[in-house]
Write a protein that binds this ligand. Structure first.
Ligand SMILES: NC(=O)c1ccc[n+]([C@@H]2O[C@H](COP(=O)([O-])OP(=O)(O)OC[C@H]3O[C@@H](n4cnc5c(N)ncnc54)[C@H](O)[C@@H]3O)[C@@H](O)[C@H]2O)c1
Length: 410
């Protein structure tokens, strides 16, 4: 049996088993499982459990399998989510089940192997969380394999997936707010691979342009001396964009009260603030004192609003509130829409790789004395590692999740 046939056979078997009320639990909604996308969560720690909660609850998906390294946690999350198809890792899982979608929420070190294995097995859509890679060669490998296999490679919990952010960028792109004249990134610091990538993705959406050159200054000196990681590094500088705009980059939060991206035109300003309530604001025109006037944003309704309302009690329970309410639901909606409807995901492998390159270029520029660094980077062996928790996970870095917490009984 070749891979495709084996995959179809397995999906049919799984679907049939679900429809018969067998292997996996039926939903209260009673919708036939064959109408839903099957999902595996690979890496089911703190964040993977949030993906599992949402995938399990959505009317469009069935959570059919979990891969989790830690044996105690594997057992606990299997019980918590009613999933019997439990495996140690992606390879073991794919030998038995090839799901339609896979959420690879392992520590970053293992994401590339998981993505490549899923794409090679015939999974239709995969997503990782952030940062999706540390090595450019890993990013290249994931993107190339997914392209060859026709697998959608989408992103995880980064604000670029959020509908408000999508719409704010659409309003800028439409030209109705005037021509973009300037742009700034605030608070590009701390973890420029994680929160920093979130900024680059929004920057490129708001400007419809790419960073093509970086000049950076970095502090503190010890973070610059550490060649390997992004941890604790604060970057000031400027990015030159392919549209010709120059973007000011501020590391320190004290420079502005906002922690995201701002784009301005002659009389308008669009702001995304990472922790803002609301997440985005649009200002147009000036009041009698000359201060900016906030205007009604005029966003179209999100097509997932009805689904999100259905999920309200769940989102409350798992602690998704305010502007972070759709932090995990939004990237999940993007992957589902990409696979089910062919809508391009808002975060792609390519845009995530570019954000990684901007972070690497920023550190290199700062280390070499603020030299201009052009993108894309030629040397594909370059890497920048996140802090140990993100790279290796809580078990290895001294912050393991307890079985009680994994069971959802904090
Ligand atoms: N977007 C965000 O705001 C955000 C927030 C938290 C974590 N993250 C990212 O999510 C990832 C996971 O973080 P976490 O907080 O869930 O960590 P965690 O340590 O709680 O969970 C990781 C889990 O993956 C399992 N695992 C490790 N390697 C595996 C493999 N090869 N196959 C199967 N299972 C494997 C571990 O046993 C563990 O249970 C990290 O990359 C982190 O940076 C992002």
């Amino acid at each position: 049996m070749n891979t495709v046939n084996r995959r179809d056979f397995l999906i049919q078997s799984v679907s049939a088993a679900v429809a018969a009320g067998g292997l996996y639990p039926r939903r209260a909604s009673g919708a036939a499982s064959k109408d839903r996308l099957s999902v595996a969560v690979i890496g089911c720690g703190r964040l993977g459990q949030q993906y599992a909660e949402i995938y399990r609850a959505l009317p469009q998906t069935d959570l059919v399998a979990i891969a989790e390294w830690n044996p105690e946690r594997r057992k606990v999350v299997g019980e918590r989510f009613g999933v019997k198809a439990l495996y140690r890792d992606a390879d073991a899982l794919l030998k038995d089940v090839v799901p339609d979608l896979a959420a690879i929420i392992t520590p970053t070190k293992y994401m590339a192997d998981g993505v490549v294995a899923c794409a090679e097995a015939g999974v239709k859509g995969v997503q990782t969380d952030r940062p999706f890679a540390a090595k450019l060669s890993d990013a290249d490998r994931m993107i190339e394999t997914c392209k060859q296999r026709g697998t959608v490679l989408a992103g995880g919990a980064l604000e670029r997936s959020n509908w408000e952010v999508e719409e704010a960028g659409r309003r800028l792109a439409s030209g109705e707010l005037g021509k973009r004249q300037g742009v700034a990134v605030h608070s590009y610091r701390g973890e420029i691979l994680a929160g920093g990538s979130a900024r680059i993705l929004v920057l490129e959406h708001f400007t419809q342009a790419r960073v093509e050159e970086v000049v950076a200054w970095g502090t503190p000196p010890e973070a610059l001396d550490d060649a390997a990681t992004d941890y604790g590094l604060s970057i000031n500088g400027r990015f030159r964009l392919t549209s010709g705009l120059e973007c000011q980059v501020f590391g320190a939060e004290a420079v502005a009260p906002h922690r995201g991206v701002e784009v301005w035109t002659e009389d308008a300003l669009v702001r995304w603030d990472r922790h803002g309530e609301p997440l985005t604001q649009i200002f147009q025109g000036f009041d009698a004192k000359g201060a900016r006037k906030e205007v009604d944003h005029g966003y179209r309704p999100w097509s997932w609003d009805p689904v999100s309302k259905q999920l309200d009690p769940l989102l409350d329970r798992i602690g998704h509130h305010g502007s972070e309410r759709h932090y995990v639901l939004a990237p999940i909606s993007c992957l589902i829409d990409a696979v089910a409807k062919g809508i391009p995901p808002r975060i792609t492998g390519d845009t995530q790789r570019h954000a990684l390159e901007v972070a690497i270029a920023s550190k290199i520029s700062a280390q070499l004395g603020s030299v201009p660094v052009k993108l894309p980077l030629e040397d594909r062996s370059l890497a920048l590692y996140p802090r140990p928790y993100r790279w290796l996970g809580g078990d290895v870095s001294g912050r393991p999740q307890s079985a009680t917490e994994a069971a959802g009984k904090k």
